[in-house]
Write a protein that binds this ligand. Structure first.
Ligand code: V0D
Length: 253
């Protein structure tokens, strides 16, 4: 049997020279963990790690664009993150504006469309305005769909979906016979997206942390100890290459 060629090749200097186009995940979800620890290991305050994480975001978005990934969903702020010290929360909630100020032209040039999942109504006005501006500006782009999970928690999303579905049933807008998995998915924040094919978590922890619980039912998981600010295009391609090697069975044989 012929050897399978690797999909992603590198020159000596790590520059990517070849990209795959078969069995590339269409939708990738990422938990970008390890920013605070990255900073603390350097004797820096945690917020310095979050700031450093911004440049990794744009690097990985561009790598995903190159691989023709259709959607990338990044966990930026969870419903549990409010429990952190107020100064850290305030700092984190300024990051979208800072990110967009620097990188929005880059994202436009890459034909990226920005969207959000999660309860953005509870975020400060300055955060919402920055994100809304970016969504409006990128509305007509038809390349990569970049979803930022902001004030997102999966159990909260599921409860909201159940309540909305109950209301529709009660109002006669929906009949019990039409309730199935596919219809239920329409009530989730991810209604416009296929389920993720691949979940990447950086930073060494191996848990879901209330991320996309319904949507990840059949997803391949890939974990790395690399901290998010140290995560490179090469690490990302390695995750894609391992994904490609796995035989997906959806519970069958
Ligand atoms: C902190 C590492 C980009 C993970 C990356 C509000 C945690 C940096 C955004 C962003 C955060 C969000 C929306 C948008 C544009 C950019 C972001 C937050 C945290 C929480 F339209 N990075 N980023 N948002 N981190």
């Amino acid at each position: 049997m012929a050897m399978k060629l690797p999909f992603f090749k590198y020159k000596e200097d790590d520059e990517t020279v070849q990209y795959g186009d078969g069995n590339t995940p269409e939708h990738i979800a990422i938990i970008m963990d390890g920013n605070g620890r990255w900073a603390q290991r350097r004797g820096m305050p945690r917020f310095a790690g979050h700031k450093e994480g911004l440049s990794t975001v744009v690097k990985i978005v561009k790598a995903a664009v190159k691989c023709k990934v259709k959607a990338l969903t990044l966990y930026t702020f969870s419903t549990e993150n409010w429990k952190r010290p107020k100064s850290e929360v305030d700092f984190i909630l300024r990051l979208p504006k800072e990110f967009l100020h620097v990188y929005l032209p880059d994202l436009m040039a890459n034909n990226v469309r920005i969207k959000t999942i999660g309860d953005i109504e509870k975020l400060p006005l300055h955060t919402r305005e920055a994100v809304q501006y970016a969504m409006d500006r990128t509305r007509d782009n038809d390349g990569l769909q970049l979803n930022f999970a902001l004030n997102y928690g999966s159990r909260h999303e599921l409860l909201n979906a159940m309540k909305a579905m109950y209301t529709d049933l009660n109002d006669g807008k929906l009949s019990w016979d039409d309730v199935d998995e596919q219809h239920f998915s329409c009530y989730l924040d991810t209604a416009d997206l296929p389920d993720p094919d691949l979940l990447i978590r950086t930073g060494g922890e191996k848990r879901l942390s209330n991320y996309l619980l319904w949507q990840l039912a059949y997803t391949e998981f890939w974990f790395t100890d690399v901290l998010w600010p140290d995560f490179t295009e090469k690490d990302f391609f390695q995750a894609l290459e391992e994904y490609r090697q796995r035989k997906r069975r959806f519970g069958g044989l």
